[in-house]
Design a protein around this ligand. Structure first.
Ligand code: J2J
Length: 538
């Protein structure tokens, strides 16, 4: 198997340990310690169920036993595709307790994505929930196993159907957890696509736990906090900034929301006295709209985090007066670096900036296209390295050569400016993906799907501004012969076993694409031109 690892230079690693960022604790140890210190407190609320920390640990250990009994060994990679349910925690901490490595897929992913993750990670198992949102994941599991036979075991939360339950037999002795290496990879996150298919992001116990612990301090998360998991928890933001893992680390309570919509979330906030949650900007807009006419008392909410895409100041300034809580802007990435506005920042900073890094040892460079630092306040490309930012994607030399500098900086693809007080303002993006309501979609990946049609001669996919989504996906298509109906193309995309959020929102047929006098222009340039034209033509 290709080793999953993440390596910092020795001198920096020593520095991060000496500064107390990397503590040597592992996720398996964290849950044991927290379950001891907070045994009787509520760890998670999910519909009518409430589990204490003691119960969560006990369930995780039983699940760990079930994984071992199925022949999985420590170090096994396991694709986890589960919605916001209590069992998500049981499964993920079960894997940690067994020394196995979760690879996080989103509930919206379908066969194409799952097969890619499973192959790339060399996964041996899949864990799903039986059904969610009208979709039966047990059928998808069967398709995955056909496509990638190495995924030889499937575990199901809920009714297992033809597969195995996540619960081992009740009397299985919970084996002592492994002495996992804190510098080893704990979990695998998925990158938002910039070019082509998603890349795998290996995160270590040391680095991920540091970002979580430090996030708790910045976000004021304590054992008395109640965190509403509104966004899909497999996303890095609700998982770790500080998210569900931060809540577990603090001994706080997690309330699993089956949907982030206000009609589901507001009653939960009222009933459970939720104190903090995180949203993407389109959802924050929905919440603002709903709050005005909601009969629910959401006054327990102290902090609303908004991140994943740019939150416009016009909306940001409404949060305190209309929702009665402090806004915290979060500008982060699954590769590492996370910036927060601080809870006690002046309102102006909270409304107009995306905050500053977690760590004094987050190194930030803002450079022009030749790599020279820009003047203060000027926009430039954001590069970063630090104690919780990866040095490489898994098994992808070409992507690594593009995404990392020789001295280990990650090229974020974001264009930012830094204010005099050191806060970052996201000004744009150099990379070509589309940020659709916080979901990152690779233009190239969507183009590749479209090009699979016989009646598509060429395709270029761009982002266009959208009042609700932030950005929407627009596909410019040069047809081969007669143009097919746009609705037919969308239907066909939906049937291609991909996440529904990748289906173009808008399709524009054109006769051909511009070329320069010297020949073909780059894809990137072509997309930029089409985008410009669409914007100027309204
Ligand atoms: C503008 N763009 C933003 C923001 C992310 C916390 C919060 C978010 C993510 C996340 C995360 C933005 N304003 N406030 O992992 O831990 C865009 C940038 C960035 C990319 C990363 C976390 N917050 N973005 O969104 O890996 O372009 O992580 O590089 O999904 O989202 O996307 P992702």
């Amino acid at each position: 198997m290709k080793p999953l690892m993440q390596q910092w230079p020795d001198d920096l690693a020593a520095h991060y340990r000496a500064r107390g960022y990397w503590t040597g604790e592992t996720f398996g140890e964290v849950i044991e310690r927290v379950a001891r210190d907070h045994a009787g407190r509520t760890a998670v609320v999910c519909q009518a169920r409430r589990w204490t920390y003691a119960e969560l640990l006990e369930r995780a250990d039983r699940t760990a036993a079930a994984f071992r009994a199925a022949g999985l060994e420590p170090g096994a990679r396991v694709v986890v595709q589960m919605p916001n349910r209590a069992e998500f925690l049981q499964v993920v901490f079960g894997l940690f307790r067994a020394g196995m490595i979760p690879v996080f897929a989103l509930p919206a992913h379908r066969l194409t994505e799952l097969a890619h993750f499973a192959r790339k990670a060399q996964a041996q198992a899949l864990v799903i929930a039986d059904r969610h949102d009208g979709f039966d994941y047990r059928d998808l599991a069967g398709q995955l196993q056909q496509a990638v036979p190495a995924v030889s075991r499937v575990f199901v939360a809920g009714d297992p159907g033809p597969w195995q339950a996540i619960e081992g037999p009740g009397d299985a002795p919970p084996a002592a957890p492994l002495q996992a290496d804190p510098g080893a990879v704990a979990l695998v996150q998925i990158s938002g696509g910039s070019t082509g298919l998603s890349k795998l992001i290996p995160r270590t116990h040391d680095d991920y736990l540091y970002s979580i612990r430090a996030s708790n301090a910045i976000c004021g998360l304590t054992q008395d906090s109640v965190y509403l998991a509104a966004l899909p928890v497999a996303h890095n933001f609700p998982m770790s900034s500080p998210g569900i893992f931060g809540a577990i680390h603090a001994g706080a309570t997690i309330v699993m929301a089956p949907s982030p919509s206000p009609d589901v979330a507001f009653p939960l906030i009222e009933q459970e006295n939720v104190t903090i949650t995180g949203l993407v900007p389109p959802l924050a807009l929905l919440w603002l709209r709903a709050a005005a006419r909601s009969g629910h008392d959401i006054s327990s909410l102290e902090v609303l985090q908004v991140g994943g895409a740019k939150f416009m100041p016009e909306a940001a300034r409404r949060v305190r007066p209309e929702l009665g809580c402090t806004l915290q802007q979060v500008f982060g990435m699954a590769e590492g670096l996370v910036n927060y506005t601080r809870l006690d920042d002046p309102e102006d900073v909270i409304v107009h900036t995306q905050g500053r890094p977690i760590s004094p040892d987050d190194e930030i460079l803002i450079v022009d296209d030749r790599g020279a630092p820009v003047a203060e306040g000027e926009p430039g490309n954001l590069l970063t390295r630090g104690p919780y930012t990866i040095r490489a994607y898994h098994d992808d030399p070409a992507a690594n050569a593009r995404a990392f500098t020789d001295d280990g900086y990650y090229r974020t693809g974001d264009v930012v400016a830094r204010t005099a007080e050191g806060n970052l303002v996201v000004r744009g993006r150099a990379s070509d993906h589309i940020n659709r309501a916080g979901e990152k979609i690779s233009a190239e990946e969507v183009e590749d799907h479209l090009l699979a049609r016989d009646d598509v001669f060429d395709a270029a996919v761009v982002s266009l501004p959208d009042p609700f989504l932030g950005e929407r996906i627009c596909a410019f298509i040069v047809p081969e012969g007669d143009a097919p109906p746009a609705a037919e193309i969308k239907r066909w995309m939906r049937a291609r076993d991909i996440a529904a959020f990748k289906v173009p929102d808008q399709i524009v047929f054109v006769e051909g694409f511009a070329t320069t006098a010297v020949g073909k222009i780059s894809r990137k340039e072509l997309r930029a031109r089409l985008r410009e034209e669409a914007l100027t033509n309204g």
